[in-house]
Write a protein that binds this ligand. Structure first.
Ligand code: MCA
Ligand code: AMP
Length: 511
């Protein structure tokens, strides 16, 4: 019987010579070279350790650690052992982690040593029996324990419909939902992208994105692994350092902020990236100005694609001819992906008309973790997934996203849900109500701004609210400005008119 385990497919793509370099670290004190054999052996040892814990089948393994090659190996080992990987943004604080751990009930939690005190307390209270640490300098109890295990391991037998990962993401409402992705979802998408982006022998990827979201963990890592390609591994993005490695690389993937920052780097020019083959952008809209400026500066046309945590990648601009890549569009549905635009009432719209984007395909997730009603809400009666994105398809099939029907802000590629931030602000003493909006920002694309109404006679300051939020939620969610006002604009139905607030603050960070 063939094994549908994603790890097996990735492993099968390792080059014949396992002693060549799979990953080279770019920003450790000295460069570290991990061979394909190291990946094979390291993931086997970690998988054997996980097996030794006798976890129930399909256990969730929640991981909040700094980016490192060992963290990637842990992901691969969880796949290998047949459990479910649950990556968590390192910026999340106690209240956020408490929710994810409480909701997902992981059997194993891995965190940074510096956070062990509070993370393990949350985990043990939620019933997790195993908490290990993993630091970005190859220390921690996870590796100490794994060192005692053998370096061969037979990957767990998995069906393509078995869960491989849960990614927390919010829809229209405040609380996050765990999007359940299967081995088949991830593998089908990785294979399609290998073809569509023409991954080839000799490709080298500059990996500079975090590995706790779809872009860095799946699109980038799977892309290189399933092509047996080397990665130059940055624990954090630095435009100068990334530019300096481009003459050894061929592929780069980034959120639009990374492209804005590359354009701000004087050493980034045509000569610096003459060896590069492909620059991919996604996770947030790429401004046409950035697209054009990048082409002028580098001679390369950024290939923009579109995806979601629930669906992995959905569309892509063409690889060839490069001139067919259209700025401001997200390209064509990937092979096997169905994409349609319907009106709010579910009526199919003709080419060029703007409506709700709905999708279908082997990449579309299995549902939200333990939320069957929410899952049902997000699918149409004929089982297309409602993305919450608003867009159109032109006569050539090219998709353009023009907005979102979900109340979501994307800041530097990270999603921020206004309802969640409003909840925290509304709980603060002296606050009557609040509205959180996204406004244009030159670096982050959108920046979070909060508009807050005090209770009668309460004295509140925007700076105090921002400071209080900073101790409660991930830093990228903290509003860059908190505006205290006497009341919020409302329409005749009493609904807050966020469009008016956005308009008022539209030039806060841009001219
Ligand atoms: C950092 N800061 C931010 C953000 N990042 N503020 C708003 N939005 C952000 N994204 C703030 C911090 O709060 C902090 O402020 C200050 O910037 C410095 O923090 P630091 O961590 O040092 O920032 P950085 O290293 O410059 O990070 C910027 C970044 C990072 C490199 C653009 O945000 C990043 O890696 N973004 C990529 C996200 C990503 O991978 N998204 C993919 C999602 P203070 O000091 O005041 O606290 S996957 C997805 O969306 C789908 C499926 C898809 O299609 O890919
Ligand atoms: P996430 O919940 O992190 O998976 O974010 C998915 C959302 O990011 C999508 O529903 C879109 O709103 C947005 N997104 C991803 N790629 C693009 C893109 N190329 N252009 C515009 N929006 C994008």
């Amino acid at each position: 019987m063939t094994n549908g385990n994603l790890f097996t497919a990735l492993r099968a793509a390792f080059p014949a010579d396992l002693d060549t370099t799979a990953i080279e670290t770019a920003d450790t004190a000295t460069p570290l070279h991990y061979s394909w054999r190291d990946l094979e052996r390291g993931t086997a040892m970690l998988a054997n350790l996980i097996d030794s814990l006798d976890l129930p089948a399909s256990s969730r393994v929640a991981v909040q650690v700094e980016k490192s090659v060992e963290a990637l190996m842990l992901y691969l080992a969880v796949l290998r052992a047949g459990h479910v990987f649950l990556p968590l943004n390192t910026a999340y604080q106690a209240a956020e982690i408490e929710y994810f751990i409480g909701n997902a009930e992981p059997a194993l939690v891995v965190c940074s040593g510096k956070n062990f005190g509070w993370v393990s307390k949350i985990a043990f209270l939620a019933g997790t029996k195993n908490v290990f640490t993993l630091n970005d300098d190859r220390t921690g109890t996870l590796l100490e324990r794994a060192a005692f295990f053998g370096d061969t391991h037979t990957p767990a037998q998995c069906d393509k419909d078995d869960l491989a990962a849960i990614l927390y993401t919010s829809g229209t409402t405040g609380r996050s939902k765990g999007a359940m992705l299967t081995h088949g979802n991830l593998l089908s998408n990785a294979r399609v992208l290998k073809d569509v982006w023409a991954w080839q022998e000799g490709d080298v990827l500059i990996h500079a994105l975090p590995i706790f979201h779809v872009h860095g963990l799946f699109v980038a890592s799977h892309g290189a692994l399933i092509n047996g390609s080397k990665m130059i591994w940055f624990s954090r993005f630095d435009p100068r350092a990334a530019t300096a490695r481009m003459d050894e690389a061929t592929v780069f993937m980034g959120v639009p902020t990374l492209y804005v920052r590359l354009l701000g780097e004087p050493s980034f020019n045509k000569a610096a990236c003459r060896h590069m083959r492909l620059f991919v952008s996604g996770s947030a809209p790429l401004l046409i100005e950035t697209f054009n400026a990048f082409r002028a500066r580098s001679g390369h046309t950024i290939l923009e694609r579109y995806g979601m945590s629930e669906t992995v990648m959905l569309t892509s601009n063409p690889y060839r001819p490069e001139t067919a890549r259209k700025g401001g569009t997200v390209g064509l549905p990937l092979p096997g992906v169905g994409l349609r635009v319907h009106s709010d009432k579910g009526v199919p719209l003709p080419a060029g008309e703007i409506g709700q984007i709905e999708v279908k395909g082997p990449n579309v997730f299995k549902g939200y973790w333990r939320m069957p009603e929410k899952t049902a809400d997000e699918f149409t009666t004929d089982l297309w997934f409602k993305t919450g994105d608003v867009g159109k398809i032109d006569n050539d099939g090219v998709v353009t996203i023009v907005g979102r029907s979900k109340d979501l802000i994307i800041s530097g590629g990270y999603n921020v849900y206004p309802a969640e931030i409003e909840g925290f602000i509304n709980d603060m003493p002296g606050v009557a109500e609040s509205a959180v909006i996204g406004v244009p920002h030159p670096d982050f694309g959108e920046a979070v701004v909060a508009v807050v109404v005090p209770k009668p006679d309460a004295a509140i300051s925007g700076a105090d609210i921002a400071a209080a939020l900073k101790s409660q939620i991930a830093n990228f969610k903290v509003p860059k400005l908190v505006d205290v006002v006497p009341d919020l604009p409302r329409n005749a139905m009493g609904k807050v008119q966020k469009n008016l607030l956005r308009d008022k603050h539209k030039n806060l960070f841009t001219k």
